[in-house]
Design a protein around this ligand. Structure first.
Ligand SMILES: C[S@@+](CC[C@H](N)C(=O)[O-])C[C@H]1O[C@@H](n2cnc3c(N)ncnc32)[C@H](O)[C@@H]1O
Length: 325
């Protein structure tokens, strides 16, 4: 089964789809470093590094599925974000590609904030457009921890199908969510290894002292950062900046604090909490690697979505065969 991947980033969703048995006919992203990560790990993938607004999808007409998570920085969370941010409208480009490819199914992933009333115009715009193009759809906010990911990460997932009934994947680990320690305990004693994206930050002495005092799950109000609880799924791994001691916003990668050590997670630890395999190399400097990881759809969630789509399309083919007989 072949699919078109839009906004592919560092490849979380695509790796999940690959595990489920899918093959990308093209991956599109305008970030050169993310594209480098894709081509480095999968030299045979057709990666187009360009703005989606320049992307002509007609050569890929007839692919089975179009997938993608348009960027979400402009969508409002807790009153932040600008509903008129031009990045919020890239879903229209996604729908333009759908109209050019005319796939049997579509998957759109985004932050759960897209369901907030403030951003409601975008969600209803997406649904109106799916309906106009003839897709039945199901949507909901899925928690990655219910799909074998050691992280509480809530994301909106929309699945549309041209004919037949759409539905979302059933949770697999809702009663036994994987924990932080399941995922990263073996890395705590590993020496720094830049090739493996495992390089510990050297924080200032006063920061180390503060973070040594934090209990599992406790937050440092000055830095607005929490220490992970080893026995629970991780807090959400984010791509964006953190906060300095005066509440000033910082650029770069500022993941949560390690459950047992007085430092932030390394990029590789964050990648494990996003269920990336260790052999997936990350290109670019540390902060850009972190951005690719923080932006990604967790691989295990991508796999659950990809497997569910295969089931949906196979059931559809079976019922079409019965109808034709
Ligand atoms: C949320 S991330 C996608 C993550 C990816 N699906 C994964 O699972 O790893 C959104 C991606 O959209 C890309 N992007 C943003 N604006 C774009 C544009 N105008 N054209 C193409 N890609 C764009 C960003 O570079 C980023 O990698």
């Amino acid at each position: 089964m072949r699919y078109v991947s839009l906004f592919s980033g560092g490849g979380g969703l695509d790796l999940g789809f690959e595990r489920a048995g899918w093959e990308p006919v093209v991956c599109v992203d305008n970030d050169p470093v993310a594209c480098q990560t894709l081509t480095h790990n999968r030299p045979d993938w057709n990666v187009v590094c360009d703005d989606i607004r320049n992307f002509d999808a007609t050569p890929y007409a007839g692919a089975d599925v179009v997938v993608g998570g348009p960027p979400c920085q402009g969508f409002s969370t807790a009153g932040k974000g600008d509903p008129n941010d031009p990045r919020n409208f890239l879903w229209r480009e996604y729908m333009r590609v759908v109209s050019e490819v005319r796939p049997r199914a579509v998957v759109l992933e985004n932050v759960s904030a897209l369901t907030h009333r403030r951003n409601g115009d975008h969600l209803s715009g997406i649904m109106d457009e799916l309906e106009r193009q003839g897709y039945n759809f199901a949507y909901g906010v899925l928690n990655a921890a219910d799909y074998g990911v050691p992280q509480a990460r809530r994301r909106l997932v929309v699945i549309g199908v041209l004919d037949g009934e759409a539905s979302l994947p059933t949770p697999t680990t809702a009663d036994a969510q994987p924990t932080v320690w399941d995922a990263i305990s073996d890395l705590a004693s590993l020496p720094d290894d830049p090739q493996f994206s495992h390089v510990a930050n050297r924080h200032a002495e006063h920061v180390v002292e503060r973070w040594n005092e934090l209990a599992p799950g406790e937050s440092d109000p000055n830095y607005r950062r929490a220490r992970l609880d080893a026995n629970k799924p991780s807090l959400t791994i984010r791509a964006g900046g953190g906060y300095g001691p005066n509440g000033d916003h910082l650029a770069g990668f500022h993941p949560p604090i390690h459950p047992t050590l007085p430092r932030q997670l390394t990029v590789r630890e964050a990648a494990r909490l996003q269920s990336f395999p260790d052999d997936w190399a990350l290109c670019g400097p540390k902060t850009i690697q972190g951005r690719q990881i923080g932006n990604a759809v967790p691989v295990n969630l991508g796999e659950a979505i990809g497997a569910h789509l295969l089931d949906l399309l196979e059931a559809l083919e079976a019922s079409e065969a019965v109808a034709a007989a």
